[in-house]
Ligand binder design. Structure first.
Ligand SMILES: C[S@@+](CC[C@H](N)C(=O)[O-])C[C@H]1O[C@@H](n2cnc3c(N)ncnc32)[C@H](O)[C@@H]1O
Length: 349
């Protein structure tokens, strides 16, 4: 079975997360451009909270909120029409933070510890997939590994993933509800339909279709995308995506964290609802807390592998400015223990 290992290799355990430059003496803050793992004191947290409560007290009317919701894809189309593929830079941290994006790290997962009964159920499950594969011809049906990036934009994650995994056994699917963004992906000189399949899809619309069957994906990538979706739809989006994961498959998630500088900078009249904002260009952004993500992923039946806050202090030395950045990074896995799922369903039948 090709699925994702949660046995973190020794060298990964030793590797420090998110860098190692720590600010031990506040006097030294302007000596470097950035500091890692910055601890906030209670005052700073309280001030941030107060600021967001004031923002929420002046939230936009329901009619305005509705308009930003129904035209969400139009605003992102405009965004990519203006910025084309210049805005989001390729991520150097991608493979350090998510070694699972390298197929060679997935091979280990063939050794996932499952007992005999589970093994039979997994193999039955895979057989069902094969039957489905046989009946419906879909791109990547013969691939050994299948990755899917949701909200791929112009492909800043997809292309590094395809290039790093020079592996004919991998198919990388990617979708965005912005046809302009997907157009940029398909026009990219490295776009090879044998290795990558980009398509337009609003993942928050349960009626939208995807070109692969349920239980077919090893990895789902969500980078700064859930934050762009209405909070009322978070649970259903993650629930839907979970269905497409193989048992043992994993969701890799990175997004904005609560009280990030970008949140605290919003002026009055930009708040849609608590912690959810609209930018000047009409695109929307939510700022997450660890616990709410934990609840959303767990509700979908996923197991927590990682759920961490990355706090960084970026410094503009010239202007003597301090910018507190907060991101959340998560990894959640679909359990292999089909036994428990099947026994609970038989208990209810
Ligand atoms: C902040 S951008 C991030 C893009 C890309 N993941 C990256 O990191 O470069 C958010 C992306 O999510 C897409 N998006 C927002 N809501 C979506 C939805 N409901 N379905 C599919 N894509 C969506 C937007 O069009 C946009 O490309």
């Amino acid at each position: 079975m090709a699925s994702v290992s949660t046995d973190i290799p020794e060298e990964e355990k030793l590797r420090p997360q998110f860098g190692t430059r720590f600010l031990t003496d506040k006097q030294n803050v302007f000596q470097h451009n950035a500091w890692d793992n910055v601890v906030w004191d209670e005052n700073q947290e309280q001030e941030a909270k107060q600021k967001t409560l004031e923002q929420a007290a002046h939230a936009l009317s329901l009619d305005e909120q509705e308009e930003y919701d129904t035209k969400a894809d139009v605003f992102w189309n405009d965004f990519y029409g203006i910025h084309q593929n210049r805005f989001f830079k390729d991520r150097h941290w991608l493979f350090t933070e998510f070694p699972e994006l390298n197929c060679s790290n997935l091979i280990k997962t063939e050794n996932i510890n499952i007992d005999k009964e589970d093994e039979e159920l997994v193999s039955k499950d895979n057989k069902n997939n094969q039957e489905c594969d046989k009946n419906e011809i879909y791109p990547g049906q013969n691939a050994k590994y299948r990755f899917f990036e949701v909200g791929c934009g112009v492909g800043n994650t997809v292309f590094p993933v395809v290039q790093t995994n020079n592996n004919p056994d991998l198919m990388v699917y990617c979708c965005d509800f912005s046809a302009t963004g997907v157009g940029h992906v398909k026009d990219h000189p490295d776009y090879d339909p044998n290795r990558c399949h980009a398509f337009v899809c609003d993942i928050s619309n349960p009626e939208s279709t995807v070109p692969f069957p349920e239980s077919s994906l090893d990895v789902i990538i969500m980078i700064f995308v859930l934050s762009a979706i209405h909070p009322d739809k978070f649970t259903s989006v993650i629930g839907r995506l979970t269905k497409y994961l193989k048992p043992g498959g994993i969701i890799l998630f990175r997004d904005y964290g609560r009280y990030d500088m970008a949140q605290l900078r919003f002026k009055k009249g930009r708040c849609l609802s608590e912690n959810f904002y609209v930018r000047g260009d009409g695109t929307r952004v939510y700022f997450f807390e660890q616990d709410e993500l934990r609840k959303i992923f767990k509700k979908a039946g996923l197991e927590e592998i990682q759920n961490i806050v990355d706090r960084r202090l970026q410094v503009n030395r010239g202007k003597q400015l301090k910018m507190y950045r907060v991101w959340i990074q998560c990894k959640y896995r679909k359990p292999v223990e089909l036994k428990h799922m099947s026994s609970s369903s038989s208990a209810t039948s």
